[in-house]
Design a binder for this molecule. Structure first.
Ligand code: AQP
Length: 344
């Protein structure tokens, strides 16, 4: 790949992230994304938080469901504590600049770079040739999402690190090829803050995921208290009691996951959780975890339900966000097109 050029970008700091409208939001999205976004909102850089509907359609989405999911994610942003006056909340497809810049970046990125993306390999599975072309070029669209705002910081989970590297490579190559050093920033990953990788309740080796066909594998943000309790009760575990040290969880992925979830929800370290529960079996631990999950999610769920029953309120936020996002993105794309040499 191209060696990233020095980050000589001098523009304002901006933070960008998004969540795909590809299914019901779950505890992993809450702990790994939403809670972090709320913390980032307290920083002095503006946050651009979008609903990634262009990304969602890289795999089939029922059109009516996609609209509802878009509103649900917006509702989750608001219910988690994001303030639409401070953060810019919008649907990706409502700002055409994303798709326009993605095309230009498709012509900057190299096939060899995309061939190395592990997420495509995981998501396309054994039937690569039947995957959409969009799924393949997904990381290029992600680069456009970020650079269309000249975002300088991107909250990044472990699985997104490779895509952010690609964004940096695309920015560096564009700046280099067109002789515009520092035009696009080389965005930095923002990894601070608690961001556990929440695993499936049915398989401690698989990520909790919206697109997992088993609803039992995840706690959805819209689940009611009884459903959450039942899912925790049925979560896969082992017959051993909880150990005293983290090393004792090494070969026990399901136990490790439940301890990590407890720690994240209670704002404790995993060591502190083990200090509290060492020697106890899951018969004692699971009801406490269920209680904690219900208590933590109940206010978010209640506010999401209220908002989902008031779609006009959500739509107002999304429309206003799209306008404010376009105000930043449109001049950046116009300037990019001028640099590329497009007629105007
Ligand atoms: N299991 C997880 N643990 C911690 N963080 C997670 N995130 C997703 N799953 C977990 C974080 O949520 C944000 C939004 O992710 P996304 O919707 O854009 O895509 P994803 O990472 O692929 O999420 P899913 O739920 O697995 O969706 P599908 O099944 O549609 O692919 C990201 O910040 C991600 O790190």
């Amino acid at each position: 790949m191209t060696e990233p050029t020095p980050a000589d970008y001098t523009g304002p700091r901006r933070i960008l992230s998004g969540i795909q409208a590809s299914g019901a939001l779950h505890l992993g999205n809450y702990l790994g994304a939403l809670k972090r976004f709320v913390a980032l909102q307290e920083q002095d850089a503006p946050c651009f938080l979008f609903v990634a509907d262009l990304h969602a359609i890289t795999v089939w989405q029922d059109p009516a469901v996609l609209t509802a999911q878009t509103r649900e994610i917006a509702a989750a942003y608001l219910a988690s504590g994001l303030d639409p006056k401070r953060s810019v909340i919008f649907p990706q497809s409502a700002v055409p600049a994303h798709a326009e810049l993605a095309w230009i970046f498709n012509c900057v990125a190299r096939l060899g770079w995309l061939d190395r993306m592990t997420q495509f390999k995981e998501k396309s599975g054994k039937h690569k040739e039947r995957s959409s072309v969009g799924l393949y070029t997904y990381p290029v669209l992600q680069a456009a999402d970020i650079l269309v705002y000249k975002a300088t910081g991107v909250p990044t989970g472990e699985d997104q690190k490779q895509h952010l590297e690609l964004t940096r490579d695309i920015a560096a190559k564009f700046n280099n090829d067109f002789g515009v050093p520092g035009f696009f920033p080389l965005p930095e990953p923002l990894t601070q803050g608690p961001a556990p990788r929440v695993m499936s309740l049915r398989d401690g080796a698989a990520k909790m995921s919206k697109s997992d066909p088993s609803d039992q594998s995840r706690i959805n943000l819209m689940d009611d208290a009884d459903t959450i309790a039942a899912k925790v009760r049925k979560a896969k575990t082992d017959p051993e009691p909880l150990p005293e040290t983290l090393e004792g969880l090494d070969a026990r992925p399901e136990a490790r996951n439940l301890v990590a979830i407890y720690a994240a929800l209670a704002d404790l370290s995993r060591e502190q959780v083990l200090a509290q529960f060492a020697g106890q079996g899951f018969g004692a631990f699971k009801p406490r975890l269920a209680e904690l999950a219900v208590e933590s999610l109940a206010p978010v769920t209640a506010e999401m339900r209220r908002l989902m029953a008031a779609p006009d309120e959500i739509d107002r936020v999304l429309r206003d966000g799209a306008e404010r996002a376009a105000e930043i993105a449109d001049p950046i794309v116009a300037e990019t097109k001028r640099i590329v040499g497009f007629w105007r």
